[in-house]
Design a protein around this ligand. Structure first.
Ligand code: GTQ
Ligand code: FE2
Length: 338
C-alpha cells in the first residue's frame, strides 16, 4: 500500500486494524472510569446446607473426583471464571463416613476449614491431618492430598482455592494419583511449642505445618491485642518464615465485638466464613447480616465495617499477601460515622 493511499484518516485506521495496532488514546482501558466495586454476596448456611446434603444423591466421590459445590459469585465475569471473588474460588465439600476422595495434586493452593462433623483426615504429602470444627488444613500447591472419613455422620468443610488466578496466569495444572513417591514431611508436633523449631533447613514456598487446630488459634486470638481496625486478628503463618502460610492465599481469624470496626478499604479480595456468633457487615452500600457458617465475599474496592451482636469470629482467606509481594497492595482506613 503506497503512502498516498493512506492519506485519508479512514484508510489509516483500516491499515492499523489490519496490522493489529490500536491507538492508545482511543483504547477503552485508557478512558473508562474505574468500574464500581463488585457487590458482596452471602451464602447463608440455612439455605445451602440442605442443598449440599442433596449432592449425596447425585455425586459419588469414587465417580467424581470430589463432591464439591463451588460458591460462584453471580457477578462472575466469564464462563472460565467460576470465582467467588476475582482471584479466589470458595466451595463446600461433603464426605460421608467410609468414603475416600482419591489422591491427586495440582499447582493451585487450597485450604480446608471444617464446618461440620469430625473423624475425617486429610493426608497432605502423606501427613495425616485430623479435621475438627474450625480447624484449618493447608494443601499447598503440588502437595499430594486425599481425604478419608473414618468417623460417623457427614463431614462438610469450606475449600478455598486460588484457581481463578491460576486460570488467568495460565498456570493451572493437575496430576492424578497414585503418587510415584511421597515428599518428606516434618510432623506438626515439631512446631507445637511456641518460639522453638527444629534446627533444619526448610525449602519450599509453604508452611511445614499443615494443620492449625481451632483450639490453639482460638487461644492465640483471645490473647491478641486489637489491630488497627479495632478487631482482634491473628494470622496463620509459616513458622519457618513468619510470613503467610502459603504463597498467594493468606488466612486470618478475627474477633469482632459490638463496637463497629474502623472502615477499611483494600484492593485485595477476601472470603469470610462465620465461625462463631452473629453480626452484620457494611460492604460498599450494602449491609448484610450473618450467622454461624454463613460465607460472604469481601470484593476489592469496597469500604468495609463489621459489628457483632455480642462477640463473633470470622475466618478470612484473602489474596493480600500475593498483592503485597507484587508491590501492588493498597489498604486505606477511614473514620466511623459518629
Ligand atoms: O479437595 O482436593 O473444592 O482439588 C476443588 C478442587 C477441592 C480437593 C475443591 C480440589 C479439591
Ligand atoms: Fe485437590
Amino acid at each position: 500500500m503506497s503512502v498516498a493511499k493512506l492519506d485519508s484518516n479512514e484508510q489509516l485506521r483500516k491499515a492499523w486494524k489490519e496490522a493489529n495496532l490500536v491507538p492508545l488514546w482511543e483504547s477503552p482501558t485508557a478512558h473508562k472510569p474505574p468500574a464500581p466495586p463488585d457487590p458482596t454476596y452471602l451464602w447463608a448456611w440455612d439455605r445451602v446446607r440442605p442443598l449440599i446434603g442433596r449432592a449425596i444423591d447425585v455425586a459419588n466421590p469414587a465417580a467424581v473426583e470430589r463432591r464439591v459445590l463451588t460458591l460462584v459469585n453471580p457477578k462472575t465475569r466469564g464462563p472460565e471464571d467460576e470465582a467467588s471473588v476475582r482471584t479466589l474460588a470458595a466451595a463446600l465439600q461433603i464426605l460421608l463416613p467410609g468414603e475416600k476422595a482419591r489422591p491427586h495434586r495440582h499447582s493451585m493452593n487450597a485450604i480446608r476449614f471444617v464446618l461440620e462433623g469430625e473423624g475425617a483426615v486429610t493426608l497432605v504429602d502423606g501427613k495425616p491431618c485430623r479435621m475438627e470444627y474450625g480447624d484449618l488444613i493447608l494443601t499447598p500447591g503440588w502437595c499430594w492430598h486425599e481425604h478419608e472419613h473414618r468417623g460417623s455422620g457427614p463431614m462438610i468443610w469450606l475449600d478455598v482455592l486460588d484457581v481463578p488466578l491460576h486460570l488467568w496466569l495460565g498456570t493451572a495444572e493437575f496430576q492424578p494419583g497414585p503418587m510415584p513417591e511421597m515428599p518428606a514431611t516434618v510432623p506438626d508436633e515439631a512446631f507445637a511449642i511456641a518460639n522453638v523449631m527444629p534446627d533444619i533447613t526448610f525449602a519450599g514456598t509453604h508452611s511445614p505445618v499443615f494443620r492449625y487446630p481451632y483450639a490453639d488459634v482460638s487461644q492465640a486470638l483471645a490473647a491478641a491485642p486489637r489491630a488497627r481496625d479495632g478487631a482482634r486478628r491473628v494470622r496463620y503463618v509459616n513458622p519457618a518464615t513468619g510470613g503467610a502460610a502459603m504463597s498467594i492465599m493468606d488466612m486470618h481469624l478475627m474477633e469482632i465485638d459490638s463496637e463497629e470496626t474502623r472502615p477499611f478499604r483494600s484492593n485485595s479480595n477476601a472470603v469470610a466464613c462465620v465461625v462463631e456468633g452473629s453480626g452484620e457487615s457494611r460492604i460498599g452500600g450494602e449491609t448484610i447480616r450473618w450467622r454461624p457458617r454463613d460465607i460472604f465475599t469481601l470484593p476489592q474496592g469496597n469500604w468495609i465495617t463489621h459489628r457483632a451482636f455480642g462477640t463473633s469470629r470470622l475466618f478470612v482467606t484473602s489474596d493480600r499477601d500475593a498483592f503485597a509481594r507484587l508491590g501492588i497492595l493498597k489498604d486505606e482506613y477511614g473514620n466511623n460515622a459518629s
